[in-house]
Design a protein around this ligand. Structure first.
Ligand code: MN
Length: 320
């Protein structure tokens, strides 16, 4: 058993109350991580709070139907477990829980230098936080039932783009294989995650793609969606998340960028790259972050201003 797993096991054994939290804007990996740890601790008879600070996208609500999240950030617990979150500020307003906890366990795979835990289990080379958690749970010989295995597989599937991305490596397949053996419901997940799109949302994704703009010899593509348009279609930003992948998968495009309006003068930007551009570095210049091939940030200003800022940031890139 490796030293981190040992400490993890020890902290779990010695304490009784836990709060589990993940980053704002929930995705498949952070929800899978949060819920798998939630059920794991519940099954051990621990007192567990899953902290909900942000809206769960419609497409992922199928996993949380029977879960009771709490919005109470004044609870006091022995241990805070923060998952899939590089930077403390992306955990939201949880200073009270943070300051009162005896132990803080950070489990994450983002590129970040922030070691805000008393135990930090961080591997920025692993596909997903769910893969990392799977390995810890295997290592400590934890009881993983089919429900937990399914949740862990959900994080691996979503963060690897169904094994499309480079970080889905030999080890990812071994971990996946073990999860399947433990009863992870792959076919159920594939249908729920990738074949349950809202028809209206797909129509809007089509429109967004039709209006995309190309720069630098088609190496960079920028798409955008405003709240006006989302309202017209009666959709939320997470409904059109797939739009960013469409042109990235063309042979010419290296970077795909999606701008989503959050408020009047505030835009959320997501970047995806395919082979060699480190979009984490680009996002960092805007105060954001993420991974080499997927990163994000927020920028204030008009849509036109934001778009121009992005184009400018790629000015000195050496495209291959
Ligand atoms: Mn992740």
């Amino acid at each position: 058993m490796n030293a981190n797993s040992f400490k993890f096991k020890e902290i779990i054994a010695k304490n009784n109350s836990f709060a589990i939290i993940s980053h704002l804007s929930p995705d498949g990996d952070n929800l899978g991580a949060l819920l798998s740890i939630f059920y794991y601790l519940k099954n051990l008879g621990k007192k567990v709070f899953a902290i909900e600070l942000d809206k769960i996208p419609k497409s992922l609500q199928f996993v949380v139907e029977d879960i009771l999240f709490t919005n109470d950030t004044n609870i006091e617990v022995d241990v805070l477990i923060a998952l899939d979150c590089g930077d403390k500020k992306r955990l939201g307003e949880i200073d009270n829980i943070f300051d009162n906890a005896k132990e803080i366990i950070k489990i994450d795979h983002h590129l970040s230098e922030e070691y805000y835990g008393t135990l930090n289990i961080v591997d920025s080379n692993i596909s997903s936080t769910c893969e990392l958690i799977s390995n810890i749970l295997f290592d400590i010989d934890a009881n993983i039932n089919d429900k937990i295995a399914t949740l862990l597989l959900m994080g691996i599937l979503t963060d690897t783009g169904r094994f499309l991305y480079e970080r889905a490596d030999y080890n990812t397949f071994i971990t996946t294989s073990k999860l399947l053996k433990l009863g992870a419901k792959k076919d159920f997940l594939m249908k729920k995650l990738f074949q349950s799109s809202d028809l209206n949302a797909l129509k809007l994704v089509n429109k967004i793609n039709n209006e995309a703009e190309f720069y630098y010899n088609n190496k960079l593509v920028i798409s955008s969606v405003t709240t006006d348009v989302l309202n017209k279609y009666n959709l939320e930003t997470s409904d059109v998340d797939e739009a960013i992948n469409y042109y990235r998968d063309s042979s010419e495009v290296e970077v795909s960028c999606m701008i989503k309006q959050k408020e009047d003068n505030l835009f959320k930007i997501s970047f995806r790259s395919k082979s060699y551009i480190d979009v984490n570095k680009i996002a960092e210049t805007f105060g954001g972050g993420g991974h080499k091939f997927a990163a994000g940030c927020a920028v204030e200003g008009s849509l036109k201003f934001v778009k121009n800022k992005i184009i400018e940031r790629f000015k000195d890139i050496e495209w291959e």
